[in-house]
Design a protein around this ligand. Structure first.
Ligand code: PHE
Length: 338
């Protein structure tokens, strides 16, 4: 009995002093292991006189249960401490500045371009990609602008070498499409164009979007309806359009298209230079000669074409007065159009 009490006090202290799961396992082994203190006591029970056996057996069992309970309690304490420690160690300090990477945004001209491409593709047009480096034939001659034609002066062209140039208009895409594909055709051709021109509203590199529709019985009315739909989509549903007679060698008749000012709705303001109208694109019915140049019978098929400046439309919509701002790539400026 004395021995049992001693074991209880000794091991209560030992278990109390344990600070790791490994130490606890060691203590448990010295108690309940093969030659552990409790195991030995159980073994010696057979030497106890039979009349004392039930009482001694009960005492040993009580001791076993008591020590076991202490060990379980310790195990729970150690587990709780481990969790507390890892919470403290892994804690995130929310007051520290994050290491943020700035994610770029689409350039305003690309935003407008995507919007227009979505609009026209949604109306059954294909988006056509045409080369930026062109031959004189596709950029001029096939578009009914022969060598020495005064209309060439309308566009100051960059030549790469004899007969090879940087396209001055996406109209070259009209020819490339019509050469390869038979009508009916509905296409838009967005892309970069180049002209030796440089002031606050002109840049040597800028963006256009060409449109072309070829079918039987296409009329000027179809052109007007198409452009009205486009203008209302991009400038708002109140927008009206007007046609003014113009001249392009590849369209006949040709028109210059104005939209009513989205800012003052026609009253006159800074955006429309007090005219109530904003000029946005050139258009017309495809010239018979252009169709012939592409092997399309102008008595069977007719069509319309239009060409708009994407930088210009972006400048109007974003109230930007200098085209250079678009191409200096100052992120402080660009992120305003996020
Ligand atoms: N290509 C002409 C320009 O750059 C615009 C245009 C396209 C006009 C199609 C009529 C038809 O000015």
């Amino acid at each position: 009995m004395e021995n049992l009490k001693e074991i209880l006090t000794e091991y209560t202290e030992k278990i109390d002093a344990v600070i790791s799961e490994r130490e606890l396992a060691e203590v448990k082994a010295t108690l309940f292991g093969k030659s552990g203190a409790i195991t030995e006591l159980m073994k010696n029970l057979k030497n106890v006189p039979p009349e004392q056996k039930p009482q001694v057996g009960k005492q040993i069992n009580d001791l076993r249960v008591a020590l076991n309970t202490l060990c379980d309690g310790k195990e729970k304490d150690l587990h709780r401490l481990a969790i507390e420690r890892s919470i403290n160690e892994e804690a995130i300090d929310l007051s520290i500045d994050g290491n943020f990477k700035r994610i770029g945004t689409l350039h305003p001209v690309n935003q407008i371009k995507n919007k227009l491409v979505d609009y026209f593709v949604g109306n059954g047009y294909i988006a056509y990609d045409s080369p930026e480096i062109e031959t004189d034939y596709y950029n001029f001659q096939a578009l009914n602008i022969p060598l020495d034609h005064p209309a060439r002066d309308m566009q100051d062209t960059f030549f790469v070498s004899d007969g090879i140039l940087l396209r001055s208009q996406t109209s070259s895409g009209q020819i490339r499409l019509m050469e390869k594909h038979k009508p009916p055709l509905k296409m838009i051709c967005p892309g970069r164009v180049f002209r030796a021109d440089d002031d606050s509203t002109h840049s040597p590199v800028f963006h256009q979007m060409e449109g072309l529709v070829i079918d039987k019985n296409v009329t000027l009315c179809d052109l007007k309806g198409t452009l009205e739909g486009f203008a209302k989509f991009i400038f708002g549903t109140q927008t009206e359009i007007r046609f003014r007679p113009s001249y392009f060698p590849f369209t006949e008749p040709s028109v210059e298209v104005d939209v009513s000012c989205f800012n003052c709705h026609g009253k006159g303001c800074r955006v429309c230079k007090n005219t109530g109208w904003i000029e946005i694109l050139g258009a017309g019915m495809v010239n018979r000669r252009v169709l012939e140049n592409c092997g399309i019978d102008p008595d069977e098929y007719r069509g319309f074409a239009f060409g708009m400046g994407l930088d210009r439309i972006t400048m109007i919509l974003c109230a930007i007065n200098d085209i250079k701002l678009l191409w200096e790539n100052d992120v402080r400026f660009l992120k305003q159009f996020d």
